[in-house]
Write a protein that binds this ligand. Structure first.
Ligand SMILES: O=C(CSCCNC(=O)c1cc(-c2ccc(F)cc2)cc(O)c1O)c1ccc(O)c(O)c1
Ligand SMILES: [Mg+2]
Length: 214
């Protein structure tokens, strides 16, 4: 049977990265996606911007919406302090199965909780299920038309506190126009656009960093 792209990406990690070395896992995926097969990871260019924001926030609680193969999960988790926790939600069970193995190869499984299911179902249950009140950082990288409804849902569920930082991928390509309009016009957010490129291409894309003002 034919392998899938996520399976080929995992094989590249197992072949070229060192177990327990997150940076080598990130490098192996970027090499694979740049020279073999494009895949929808946040990538090296936007990844550096993400790294700088994560390091600045130094979060203890992180929520990632959209795991895919775990590339950004590994990037973020590798920068977290020892007691920190990252919860990552993935709707697609095939993606989740690959991501678990990528995260394990990086040796970060103790910092990461991968949850399979839809964000709309899971966001209201996070507090009771994982004993987390609010998130210091949220990385949005899932269905682009779910960024806005899920942000409003997180507000409603009290998962954001004054100073919580939202980082959204793909706000230009594929684009999240309704989300951008909301975080840029709402008095409850202070937003900033970090221009970059769509992973492994020359097309414009960027990250939107939005601080919740409470
Ligand atoms: O894929 C999903 C939803 S989560 C991934 C969302 N992310 C994207 O779609 C995404 C897309 C692009 C991108 C793609 C083509 C282009 F030409 C240009 C850009 C880039 C990104 O950085 C992204 O994050 C899923 C879920 C459940 C399922 O059953 C299933 O088959 C699939
Ligand atoms: Mg993305």
């Amino acid at each position: 049977t034919q392998s899938t792209r996520p399976q080929r990406l995992l094989s590249a990690v197992q072949k070229n990265a060192t177990r327990g070395n997150p940076r080598s896992v990130v490098r192996a995926i970027d090499e694979f996606c740049r020279h073999k097969e494009w895949a929808m990871n946040v990538g090296d260019e936007k990844g550096c911007i993400l790294d700088s924001i994560v390091s600045e926030v130094n979060p203890v609680t992180v929520l990632e919406l959209g795991t895919y193969c775990g590339y950004s999960t590994v990037r973020i988790a590798s920068l977290l302090p020892p007691n920190a926790k990252l919860i990552t939600l993935e709707f697609n069970p095939d993606f989740a199965a690959i991501a678990r193995q990528v995260i394990a190869w990086a040796g970060l499984q103790d910092k990461v909780q991968l949850v399979e299911g839809s964000s709309g179902d899971w966001i209201p249950k996070i507090q009771e299920q994982f004993g987390i009140n609010t998130f210091d950082l949220v990385f949005l990288d899932h269905w682009k038309d779910r960024y806005l409804p899920d942000t409003k849902l997180m507000e409603k569920c009290g998962l954001l506190r004054k100073g919580s930082v939202l980082v959204a991928d793909n706000v230009i390509c594929p684009g999240t126009p309704d989300y951008l309009e909301y975080v840029r016009s709402s008095p409850c957010y202070k937003s900033q656009y970090f221009i970059s490129h769509l992973e492994y291409t020359k097309a414009e894309d960027g990250l939107e960093k939005s601080v919740f003002l409470g």
